[in-house]
Design a protein around this ligand. Structure first.
Ligand code: SF4
Length: 251
């Protein structure tokens, strides 16, 4: 692959998954953003809602849907110029680089963001990451907000990989980092408490988010998760895009 190219996920029309919407989760919930979804992930969460970015045919990773994807149908190589052109068409005030795990392609992100800023002006930049991959030094000052979502044991990952000490220590020390945990059961919050204690993450930098790809699943978990937020001083985040668009690509 050339130095100026990245793997992107594709949408339902087979086009690179670059789209304008509102941020559905976390500290910028409701803010207009242009999303760039990169393909590939180093983790393999059993409930991942973007398994089409990594769960390729022929791999042994478990997923609750049992579904596998053909990489030739689900990802596309794009040059930085091609990505910038599509992003500029949305006249963004902010961008979100998501995945998959976008930091798997971290060496290409600083040039991409620099090119987007040259074309679009001083946009707000968010990266959504699982927190297990260190960002590059040149990338950190370009990012306004890291949305760090470390995966808990219910994700089915090897915790030594998913909760990598070196990277969580680095993200915890960055003022631009916010933390978001997917919560399935009340016991998951005990795990969040251990992580926030271990890495000295203030509770008001931590969001608890219900697991769910339907409004019903999210609502069923929201009440007791909000009780946990009130008890421990965590923040709650909804999944706005699920309520509005459902579990669909390009939203
Ligand atoms: S880290 Fe994110 S993209 Fe990767 S498998 Fe887990 S939920 Fe999916």
């Amino acid at each position: 692959m050339a130095d100026d190219t990245l793997w992107l996920a594709v949408d339902d029309q087979g086009q690179p998954e670059i789209f304008a919407s509102v941020q559905g989760e976390g500290p910028s919930l409701g803010s207009p953003r242009t999303f760039i979804r990169l393909s590939g992930c180093n983790l393999h969460c059993v409930w991942c809602d973007t398994a089409y970015t990594w769960n390729w045919e022929g791999t042994a990773f478990d997923h609750e849907t049992g579904r596998k994807f053909a990489p030739e149908n689900e990802r596309i190589v794009q040059t930085i110029d091609e990505i910038v052109s599509r992003v500029a068409d949305t006249s963004p005030s902010g961008i979100v680089i998501t995945g998959g795990e976008p930091l798997m392609q971290k060496g290409r992100l600083a040039p991409l963001i620099t090119a987007i800023k040259e074309a679009c002006g001083p946009v707000w930049v968010e990266i959504e990451t699982n927190g297990s991959v260190l960002p590059t030094r040149d990338l950190i000052p370009l990012i306004n907000q890291f949305n760090v979502s470390p995966k808990l044991s219910h994700s089915g990952n090897d915790m030594a990989v998913a909760q990598r000490e070196q990277s969580l220590t680095a993200f915890a020390a960055l003022p631009s980092s916010w933390f978001k945990f997917v919560i399935s059961e009340p016991g998951d919050v005990e795990e969040v408490l251990r992580i926030s204690d271990r890495y000295k993450i203030a509770h008001d930098r931590v969001f608890l988010m219900p697991l769910g790809t339907s409004s019903k699943d999210i609502r069923d978990r929201s009440g007791w998760i909000i009780d946990k937020c009130l008890k421990h001083g965590f923040r709650f985040t909804d999944r706005l895009h699920i309520h509005i668009f459902g579990d669909t690509r390009g939203t």
